[in-house]
Ligand binder design. Structure first.
Ligand SMILES: [Zn+2]
Ligand SMILES: [Zn+2]
Length: 284
């Protein structure tokens, strides 16, 4: 066994046992160090790392250059990697969990933005787009580099609003619209001010089908972003999400099998009061 293989065995074992953020970061660190190596034995191990992290296209392409055409084991693996590469590409690769430096950088981008308690990180979830060249907000007319790209039910449904016009309620009022369908929310929120804030002053999110907003402890939850089972495991919230009485056994199985960006999509929420995580899910 060479040094590269030894490192791989150690990292992959930890990943399979824990599937936590540290074990993924360790695999990413190994991936980067192997990418910088030129020895074929390092590249063979790199194929394993790509495969494990679901970079199927990268694994196939690299292995095509390494595989021996006279080795039956190599040919068999090449065939199975090819199939995955064609079906999945690198689309479903495990994402590297954010480092504290990255989290700091992201919170810097959000500085100066109004705070939306039901959608606390709209840049991260992708519902706010950031552009280099300023555009003008369709509501206030002021120049902005950050604009809303999510659903809006009202006149001028394809308008570009700045974050301030959403937070103030100006955009919803001016175009008599809503960012979330008021009939597609969980029951149990009795204060009408909460619904008003959610549908008129909170950026929505983009689902495959009709977006539905979860509620808990008598209030709407914060939408955190799109996830699959892998992302939920990494954040340590999958078990909690499965405790939700909303889902029957079949649906729980779908959640366990969900892949972020796949045809069964989960949307993660967190209760603002007790901190419980929940999902909504739909199909493409
Ligand atoms: Zn504006
Ligand atoms: Zn709660």
């Amino acid at each position: 066994m060479n040094e590269f293989q030894r490192q791989y065995i150690e990292c992959s074992k930890r990943y399979r046992e824990k599937e936590d953020a540290d074990s993924v970061r360790a695999l990413y660190a190994l991936k980067e160090s192997l990418e910088a190596e030129s020895a074929p034995e390092a590249k063979r191990v790199l194929v394993d790392v790509y495969d494990l992290l679901d970079f199927k296209k990268s694994a196939y392409e690299l292995f095509s250059a390494l595989a021996s055409k006279s080795d039956r084991k190599d040919l068999k693996r090449l065939g199975s990697l090819k199939e995955y590469a064609e079906n999945w590409g690198d689309t479903f690769a495990v994402k590297c969990p954010k480092t504290p430096a990255k989290i700091k950088e992201e919170s810097k981008r959000e500085e100066g933005l109004p705070f939306f308690r039901y959608h606390p990180h709209p840049l991260e979830t992708g519902v706010f787009q950031e552009v280099k060249e300023e555009i003008s907000c369709d509501c206030c007319g002021k120049p902005t580099k950050i604009y809303y790209e999510g659903p809006f039910y009202g006149f001028h449904a394809d308008s570009h609003f700045c974050p301030n016009c959403i937070a103030s309620g100006e955009a919803a009022q001016k175009y008599d619209g809503e960012f979330q369908d008021p009939f597609s929310v969980d029951e149990g929120v009795s204060d009408p001010a909460c619904l008003d804030e959610l549908i008129h002053r909170t950026p929505g999110y983009i689902g495959w089908q009709q977006e539905h907003w979860r509620a808990h402890c008598g209030d709407f939850c914060a939408y955190l972003g799109d996830v699959g089972a892998k992302e939920m495991k990494l954040q340590g919230v999958l078990e909690e999400v499965l405790e939700d009485p909303m889902w029957d056994e079949n649906e729980k199985q779908w959640i366990r099998e969900s892949v972020n960006g796949g045809s069964m999509q989960c949307y993660l929420f967190r209760c603002l009061h007790c901190g419980k995580h929940m999902v909504w899910m739909d199909f493409d």
